[in-house]
Design a protein around this ligand. Structure first.
Ligand code: PBG
Length: 331
């Protein structure tokens, strides 16, 4: 039976029936808040990410308190390494007294219930800004890098991280990290793999935030991060990471890659996350600040789109604001 008997607008006519047939709902449970931790006292704004600040460990604890109160399940930590602590081999990454490790211990001590996810990659620690170790030609060498990432992940686990999240895209790192964690008795430490991470230009503001942009210079990450033109390859990456022991997988960036999220979710049906990255945040903020877009409406629309595409959760710099907006909408 077709028109006029079928009128899809009937159900859209009133708020009550729109609510009844709504397929996806965004809640604070879906949000992970990425935070930048620095060695300096207090807070320092990130120029290209209005509203985002690098935080001392003390300030991080205040943000953690806010996140907990808003029922945001987890924070994703990124360390901003002081230039003098960077080196060719990124050795500061697995220092048990390093910034990330101290931040994790402080968080887990004060907020044991709040999930703590750590970034496993060498770029904040290397003088060249690459996510791994390089040879004389500047090529990022895989297997030696995996050894380093294993040390870094173990060090995070010792500090008490709930989830380690390798964001480097080396081959075989998930298996190596899983094996090392098991061998050391960290059987409960989860792995969130950045399985389909693209060589994206949307990471620009993040590289400013962690201070890897200058180090990287004109360098690029094309030899390990994925080509934005590919999608079958993403499924192969995810299959391998799951086989190697990943508990959750991530697609990154977010909005321009929702087709990948949907394919991954349909194919594997595993806990699937996406990262609404710094450039996506910066675009929305910039337009909102110019009065060109309604920030709250557009951010919430983007976030529910992630859910519709199949995400179980979203890493987003809007996490705290979104949790507040959602809370206030119910008041
Ligand atoms: C690097 C890393 C990047 C991001 C998270 N981890 C940048 C890169 O790969 O160069 C980007 C996150 C964002 O843009 O918000 N290991």
């Amino acid at each position: 039976m077709t028109f006029p008997y079928t009128r899809l607008r009937r159900m859209r006519r009133s708020e009550f029936s729109r609510r009844l047939m709504r397929e996806h709902v965004l809640t604070a449970n879906d949000l992970i808040y990425p935070v930048f931790v620095h060695e300096l006292p207090g807070r320092a704004p990130v120029g290209s990410m209005p509203g985002i600040e690098r935080l001392s460990i003390d300030e991080l604890l205040k943000v953690a308190e806010e996140a907990s109160a808003l029922r945001v399940p987890a924070l994703a930590l990124f360390a901003v390494t002081a230039p003098e602590a960077k080196s060719l081999d990124g050795v500061a990454a697995w220092d048990d007294e390093g910034l990330m490790q101290r931040a994790v211990r402080a968080l887990k001590q004060r907020f044991p219930e709040l999930g703590v996810i750590t970034d496993v990659a060498l770029d904040p620690y290397t003088s060249h800004g690459q996510d791994g170790l390089i040879d004389d030609s500047g090529y990022v060498v895989n297997d030696e890098t995996v050894e380093a990432l294993m040390q870094q992940a173990l060090s995070h686990a010792r500090a008490g991280a709930d989830v380690v999240a390798p964001s480097d895209m080396m081959d075989g790192r998930i298996g190596a990290i899983r094996e090392a964690l098991e061998a050391a008795g960290h059987i409960h430490t989860r792995i969130l793999s950045y399985a389909a991470k693209y060589a994206s230009s949307f990471y620009g503001p993040f590289r400013d935030a962690v201070g890897s942009a200058g180090a990287l210079g004109k360098g690029n990450k094309y030899s390990y991060q994925m080509d934005p033109a590919n999608s079958d390859e993403a499924l192969r990456e995810v299959a391998l990471d799951l086989d190697e022991g990943a508990d959750m997988i991530m697609v990154k960036p977010g909005l321009p890659y929702l087709d990948i999220v949907r394919r991954v979710k349909d194919e594997f049906g595993v806990p699937t996350f996406a990262y609404q990255v710094s450039g996506e945040y910066a675009m929305l903020k910039a337009a909102a600040r110019n009065g060109w877009l309604d920030e709250r409406a557009c951010a919430l629309e983007a976030l529910v789109a992630f859910k519709r595409a199949g995400c179980d959760g979203i890493l987003t710099y809007f996490a705290l604001d979104a949790a507040r907006w959602l809370r206030d909408a119910h008041d």
